[in-house]
Design a protein around this ligand. Structure first.
Ligand code: ZN
Length: 562
């Protein structure tokens, strides 16, 4: 209870004198402090009340409320105390105020220093507050804070000092138990001494009435609502843009007879449409026959480069030397058969798009040159001295797992990262079987009209077989199967017997089929293909849908003789 003044010694009898001011009348339910009725509220209840204020009004408004509440309380106490005590020196009043706060159990006040020059009006007081119940409650509800929280104490000290001195005195808490310090510290000054800080401090004390506060809150709320409105509009705009994009994709797909009813395929088209306008390099993954070319073409058509050339090359179809010369060009006499200067596709594409199909098949030397072309945006014709600047966008496609090729050391990792800036994976047909019936009808109509045959429907059995088959060759294989069926059909309805045998047969287990080892599988497939075509590498490669160069490399790798 007893304050512990240091430089500011206070005689004990004054404490006693103040204590006598507190008049308990338990029988009447009334407590009086210097003839004013007071009530005792538990610190916990006050803490809860304070929390309610903060949670409903927000920290800043609650803080100002507490400051002004404290100010009124302190001012009131000072006026009452002065009437009773009749002190002559305002500093006596300050000391009494400090003790009163201690007595009321709010905080134990230690006055560290007080300077008051009545002639200039300059006032400065430093106080320490020990065991502030306000800070205690704040930490209890909210944990430690970054700024002081004894707002009502700041208010009280300011109100009390202002009444004593007869001038505007404002306190500011400089450190607080709420921040983790041992005690709180505050400093009070006359308005003038606060200098440039005065406006900010004063606004906390004078922020007018509750009405103003409510108005301020109202403004804040309507600002928030407007912000929400703006966000909603932004979302709506995005939604509209997305719908436009989807419409554009649908139109494009429809104009090219491309069927994408499944969500998986719709997602792919949306990805493609989104990346199209950007200048990013794109890598399109997908098994052969899934429609990678369509996706690549769409990227070009929907890009700002649409008016510029679109050139494509199948990297698997050419030998290393030819591929290099095709991509980068050559000068006359650089190799046998180079009878004149030739521009490479990078030059031909200009500001357009160059499509590198089967990118997974290119040889290491070409990989290095391609990387240079992508990085430096320049190419050098085979046999040329100087480089040429190029500007074409590169879109590549592959049916191989390039990541695995990187791990196996057959594909450069840096090139993989360059190409794979944006990857689109086209799902195999077996993963979007709901697209099979519309695809079948589309192919059927087209084949029938081309062949001038009256075939217009598919029997339920036949459709079931078509739906259940694995389609390793994907859409392309399906198209061929339907064309074949149209040729064979001898009535308007396609039947099971018109379908290719592999579609209607139960899959047979063959040697190698039970292994999950990809390389083992590949070896078995190559052996089988070579066997079927009597060792003809060109035909075998065609059947395997890989380049002859790749086939030859793999045969070496697996130790297979032609
Ligand atoms: Zn504090």
């Amino acid at each position: 209870m007893k304050p512990q003044p240091r430089r500011d010694e206070t005689p004990n009898h004054k404490v006693l004198h103040l204590a006598e001011l507190l008049d308990f009348r338990p029988d009447q339910g009334i407590i009086r402090l210097h003839d004013q009725r007071v009530v005792i509220l538990s610190a916990a209840a006050m803490g809860l009340f304070r929390k309610e204020l903060i949670d409903t009004l927000g920290l800043d408004t609650a803080r100002r409320f507490a400051i002004r509440f404290g100010f009124a309380d302190g001012y009131h106490d000072a006026v009452n105390l002065r009437e009773r005590s009749k002190w002559t020196d305002p500093l006596d009043g300050l000391r009494a105020g400090a003790m009163l706060q201690t007595l009321e159990g709010i905080v134990r006040v230690e006055v560290r220093r007080v300077v008051h020059d009545a002639s200039t009006g300059r006032f400065e007081q430093e106080v320490y507050w020990y065991d502030s119940y306000v800070a205690e409650q704040h930490v209890h509800h909210y944990g430690k804070t970054s700024s002081p929280v004894c707002w009502s104490l700041v208010g009280y000290a300011s109100g009390f000092a202002s009444a004593c001195i007869g001038k505007e005195i404002y306190f500011r808490e400089t450190s607080c138990v709420g921040q983790g310090t041992k005690h709180c510290a505050a400093v009070g000054r006359d308005a003038e001494s606060w200098g440039t800080d005065l406006d900010i401090i004063r606004s906390d004390f004078q922020a007018a009435s509750v009405g103003h506060e409510v108005e301020r809150l109202h403004d804040a709320v309507s600002k928030r609502l407007k912000e929400l409105d703006r966000r909603e509009q932004l979302l709506e705009r995005r939604e509209r843009e997305l719908n436009l994009l989807r419409e554009r994709i649908n139109r494009h797909a429809a104009s090219k007879n491309f069927i994408a009813g499944s969500q998986a395929m719709k997602d792919v088209l949306e990805l493609a449409a989104r990346v199209a306008p950007l200048d990013t390099t794109v890598l399109v993954y997908g098994e052969s026959g899934t429609g990678k070319e369509f996706i690549v073409r769409m990227i070009h058509d929907q890009s700002p480069r649409a008016a510029a050339p679109f050139v494509s090359i199948n990297c698997a179809a050419l030998t290393e030397t030819l591929l290099e010369s095709e991509l980068f060009g050559h000068v006359r006499g650089s190799f046998t058969g180079a009878v004149r200067d030739k521009a490479g596709l990078f030059e031909v594409a200009g500001a357009g798009t160059i499509f590198l199909d089967e990118i997974g098949e290119i040889a290491p030397t070409v990989q290095a040159k391609l990387l240079r072309a992508l990085q430096e945006r320049e190419v050098r014709r085979v046999g040329a001295e100087r480089s040429i600047k190029v500007n074409a966008r590169v879109v590549a496609a592959t049916n191989r797992d390039l990541r695995a090729a990187v791990d196996a050391g057959t594909f450069r990792e840096d090139l993989y990262f360059r190409l794979g800036a944006f990857i689109i994976t086209v799902p195999p047909l077996r993963d979007r079987r709901e697209d099979i019936p519309p695809l079948v009808h589309n192919f059927l109509t087209r084949a029938a009209s081309r062949m001038k045959k009256d075939v217009s429907s598919v029997s339920a059995d036949a459709m079931t077989a078509l739906m259940n088959y694995r389609w390793p060759g994907n859409v392309r294989e399906l198209e061929h199967a339907v064309e074949r069926a149209v040729i064979l059909a001898n009535n308007p309805n396609i039947r099971v017997r018109d379908l290719p045998p592999e579609v209607t047969q139960k899959p047979r287990v063959r040697p190698g089929d039970d292994t999950l080892d990809l390389q083992q599988q590949e070896k078995v497939m190559i052996e089988r293909a070579l066997e079927r075509f009597g060792g003809n590498r060109r035909k075998a490669a065609e059947a395997l849908k890989i380049g002859t160069v790749t086939l030859w490399r793999k045969m070496k790798q697996y130790g297979l003789s032609p």
